[in-house]
Design a protein around this ligand. Sequence first.
Ligand SMILES: [Zn+2]
Ligand SMILES: [Zn+2]
Length: 104
Amino acid sequence: MADDKDEKILCYRCGYSADKGDKHCVLCGAPLENLCMDEPGLVHSGCGAKNDPHAAFCKKCGHPTLFHHHGIVTPHPSASGIKTFPFGGFSQPNGGPQAPLNQG
Ligand SMILES: [Zn+2]
Ligand SMILES: [Zn+2]
């Protein structure tokens, strides 16, 4: 009974069957685990937590995940920025209707 630990991790980008324990795919360089961004050099570094493969943002700290950074997962459209309306929205007229003082 040999405990053959031939577990494989499928690369989410190219489908390569990498050895478990590998950090990156040897074919395409994509990360094999969807970790929170903790790459050195970044001003805002994440916490390094492991997230689900479909997670675009870290569930713990909200930083972009490695899969997001490498374009493996696409964040929700509403996360791409603040939605801007072409008409600038409604603006109240200056002052607005004034309620007459009701005395007596
Ligand atoms: Zn790959
Ligand atoms: Zn995080």
